[in-house]
Design a protein around this ligand. Structure first.
Ligand SMILES: [Zn+2]
Length: 161
């Protein structure tokens, strides 16, 4: 009776396809806590982590912008706010794509637990206790590295022997 959309493993969900770069129907391969984590694109067949559709994220950003009284230009320029939301979602997808390209398919043993005592080089993989899997994108200096995590780049310490 109720049309509540119950997501289940093996079921379908609209998600952002990191290869097709479109919101498409995906088959859910794995779920954690009622949320899809891994999906298969029904269009290109690729397996990747679940990403919310761009449209949905843009809509959420619009809601946040509308709800936030301190949002710059709130109420005056709804079109540009939604354009900005789409742009930022696209940037996020681009970053996600880069992250996936570096991380997905790497064997689990390639990810050592991050410690600032280690010395890293470009392209090194790590697992951070808080930020998850990451790849070193830049060695800033002898004690600083830039690491791309799923939610964005972060500067971490290294070489603190
Ligand atoms: Zn696809």
């Amino acid at each position: 009776m109720s049309s509540t959309r119950k997501l289940t493993t093996g079921g379908e969900v609209v998600a952002w396809c990191t290869r097709c770069r479109l919101d498409l129907v995906h088959r859910i391969i794995a779920m954690v806590g009622g949320v899809p984590v891994k999906v298969e694109c029904k269009t290109c067949g690729s397996h990747h982590r679940y990403r919310k559709p761009v449209e949905e994220r843009a809509a959420e950003a619009r809601v946040r912008a509308a709800a936030g009284p301190s949002a710059p230009g709130a109420g005056s320029k709804p079109r540009s706010a939604s354009a900005r939301a789409l742009e930022s979602a696209a940037r996020e997808n681009e970053r996600e794509r880069l992250w996936q390209a570096k991380i997905v398919g790497q064997p689990a043993h390639a990810f050592g637990l991050y410690s600032p005592r280690q010395t890293f080089k470009d392209g090194d993989l790590m697992r951070h206790a808080k930020f998850g899997d990451g790849v070193v994108t830049r060695v800033i200096d002898a004690n600083k590295i830039e690491v791309l995590f799923r939610d964005g780049p972060r500067t971490l310490a290294h070489g603190l022997a």
